[in-house]
Design a protein around this ligand. Structure first.
Ligand code: MFK
Length: 622
């Protein structure tokens, strides 16, 4: 037996002996010595007395003003929107988040909505009961102009950047109130783009007056599923003599069902009760959820959904049994009309994904300055800091892409966008939604791990962050549905969206190219871009189905290249710091163009479809 092994065994016996004695007393987290255990001097040391809980407690990570803590947000605004009023408002709002909003959000998590079907006398009332904090968040959202500021357009083409900066700060503390806000903003956008068919609704959706403010739902998903809306929608709309419609159908997932109004799709019946199938048969309707007396507008709430996360949000199954509704789109233009809402909710999704990443990185680094292990603080363990720095790079890249999309949206609404801007907004909206949704799950999950076991404990509030992140890649279009939307945008524009992408990336890289520190990143991006261009050029000549097989990898390539370009662009700014340069270099170390590397490996060859099938269904008994 070696001396080292002997010593190990002795230590093992000694600690087991102590552990056994401690276990017999129900001791937790204690580090008492054998001598102490034998001392009968006070109650904490006596055997079989109250449990000893010890005197070590881990430090809790504290939330401080998320605006002052966010170097990149502040630098971004300083570069593009250096308006004192904006900075002052975000600073004040950051204080409100820590002093008031964060606690409200937590209350929403702890007091999820419930459904009361009947009153005490047996009447069907279908009342969705939400907690006071949820109502308070609605009022506060109006006061802060969280939707309104996007339509007041006080900062011209930068108005959306300002508005979304507030949503970004708000989201991680807001108990998912961002969900009704996303749909409310989307509904306002649809109404505005349709030429204001219902002015009162628009005024209320964009009001800063908490008594006037309405929220909207977006009831699209039916039992047959949420992705294939054009074949899945069975709801019918019967025209009434007064020009209104009555809707009959079953909406399978409706988020924030306590909304004041909703936009929804239905098929208008002809005189014989027939409807037109497919997308061409769908029209868009606006309906109030309740009438002015608070009674249901022909809507039965079947049940609330029992979900993995987003438990704060009342998500319900609804039976529409004669819901009075107003046609707001041209007949048969429902999907195209609600697409504006999808653009807005997908942008909110992206903002919320980055916000979740940012909150997690802030908490992780705060904790690392307090938590000591193996004799030193976590912040002094280089492997730990390396892990956090990788999360930081992901978050920065996602942030810059998100803000760029908000900028493009603001330009479009301010009527200052170029044709290239319009193409980029169309292409990058699904790209950003699908990519940041995945990033958020990865960053939040890795972040939880950096708290050790505490990250797995409910009342730290940390696990709910992971649950709530998981929805980001599901609702508003899954990763694959959005990858197909990327293909749709390419096809519909005859490739112009890609042309805009290539031109924009090239120009930004040329502008940044003079910085020697950034050269490795610029070279990687240029090489990836030309690889991507060659792939696209040959795509048309490939067997059908190849592009669909490559859709997800193509979207990831667009995301990584564009994020890298924006990191380089930001790092080339005259007031950029060396950390901005470092972030750009680190980002560009990865495979920036997976569609090319996977193509080289034969992933899109025609025989692969069959091989994938054989692999997936290997051993399946039917
Ligand atoms: C924190 C964030 C909070 C967010 C909270 C939201 C909570 C709400 C939860 C939900 O409701 S989740 C359910 C959301 N549902 C979806 O996201 C639907 C996913 N499915 C799709 O997006 C499908 O691709 C789609 C329904 C659009 C497919 O429908 P179609 O009818 O097969 O599409 P088609 O025929 O290709 O396009 C019809 C028209 O719409 C075309 O216009 P034109 O008729 O003028 O040619 C398309 O160009 C247009 N269009 C489709 N997608 C578009 C679009 N236009 C602009 N942008 C798009 N993305």
């Amino acid at each position: 037996m070696t001396a080292a092994l002997r010593m190990s065994l002795q230590m093992c016996c000694r600690s087991n002996h102590i552990a056994l004695r401690m276990l017999s007393r129900g001791v937790a987290y204690s580090s008492v010595s054998l001598d102490e255990l034998n001392e009968p001097n006070d109650h904490s040391h006596a055997l079989f007395s109250r449990s000893v809980i010890g005197n070590f407690f881990q430090e809790q990570p504290l939330l401080t003003n998320p605006f002052t803590q966010d170097a990149l947000l502040r630098a971004y605004l300083q570069r593009h929107l250096p308006v004192q009023e904006v900075e002052g408002d975000l600073l004040r709002f950051g204080e409100r988040i820590i002093s008031e909003i964060d606690a409200l959000g937590r209350q929403c998590e702890l007091n999820p909505p419930r459904l009361q079907h009947f009153d005490a006398w047996g009447r069907r009332i279908d009342s969705i009961i939400t907690c006071d904090a949820w109502t308070r968040l609605k009022h506060l959202s109006a006061q802060e102009g969280l939707v309104a500021s996007g339509y007041e357009r006080n900062y011209g083409e930068w108005s959306r950047v300002y508005q979304m900066s507030k949503i970004y700060l708000f989201a991680p503390s807001a108990g998912l109130y961002t969900c009704p806000l996303a749909m409310t903003d989307g509904a306002a956008k649809v109404i505005e783009s349709l030429g204001m068919p219902v002015r009162e609704a628009f005024v209320r959706l964009t009001s800063r007056d908490e008594q006037q403010f309405w929220t909207s739902g977006q009831w699209m998903t039916e039992r047959r599923g949420g992705s294939d809306v054009s074949t899945g929608t069975e709801t019918v709309a019967r025209r009434q003599q007064d020009g209104w419609f009555k809707l009959y159908g079953f909406k399978w997932f409706t988020s924030a069902t306590d909304a004041d109004m909703t936009l929804t799709l239905a098929r208008i019946t002809d005189a014989h009760g027939r409807t037109t199938p497919g997308s061409r048969g769908l029209s868009l309707f606006l309906a109030k959820v309740r009438d002015s007396h608070g009674s249901s507008n022909g809507v039965e709430v079947q049940r609330l959904k029992d979900k993995l996360g987003t438990r704060q949000v009342p998500t319900a199954e609804l039976l529409l049994d004669g819901m009075k509704a107003q046609l707001v789109s041209e007949e048969g233009r429902g999907v195209a009309s609600i697409a504006n809402m999808l653009t807005i909710t997908r942008i909110y999704n992206t903002v919320c994904a980055v916000a979740a990443m940012r909150r997690m990185t802030q908490l992780c680094r705060e904790y690392s300055c307090k938590r000591s292990v193996f004799g030193k603080l976590l912040k002094d363990h280089s492997l730990h800091v390396q892990t956090l720095s990788r999360l930081e790079v992901e978050t920065r890249a996602a942030f810059l892409l998100t803000m760029e999309i908000c900028r493009l949206l603001g330009r479009e609404e301010n009527r200052t966008s170029t044709e290239r801007d319009t193409h980029l907004l169309r292409l990058l909206t699904p790209v950003a939604k699908l990519y940041t949704g995945k990033q958020a799950v990865g960053v939040v999950s890795e972040g939880l791990e950096s708290f050790g076991g505490q990250g797995y404990i409910e009342d730290t509030g940390l696990p709910s962050m992971l649950r709530d992140a998981q929805v980001l890649s599901i609702w508003e279009g899954t990763t694959n549905v959005l990858s197909l939307d990327v293909l749709r945008s390419i096809e519909k524009s005859s490739g112009s969206v890609l042309q805009a992408f290539f031109t924009d990336v090239k120009e930004r890289l040329v502008a940044a190219g003079s910085s020697s520190a950034l050269r490795p990143a610029v070279s990687s991006l240029q090489a990836s871009l030309s690889g991507l261009m060659s792939f696209i050029q040959t795509a048309a000549t490939r067997p059908s189905g190849c592009l669909e097989l490559a859709a997800r990898d193509l979207s990831y390539s667009l995301a990584r290249i564009y994020m890298g370009t924006l990191l380089v662009d930001h790092a080339a700014w005259e007031n950029a710091t060396h950390t901005d340069v470092y972030a750009a270099l680190r980002w560009c170390e990865q495979d920036l163009c997976p569609v090319v590397s996977r193509d080289s490996a034969g992933s899109y060859d025609p025989h692969v479809i069959d091989m994938d099938k054989q692999l997936v269904y290997d051993g399946l008994k039917r």
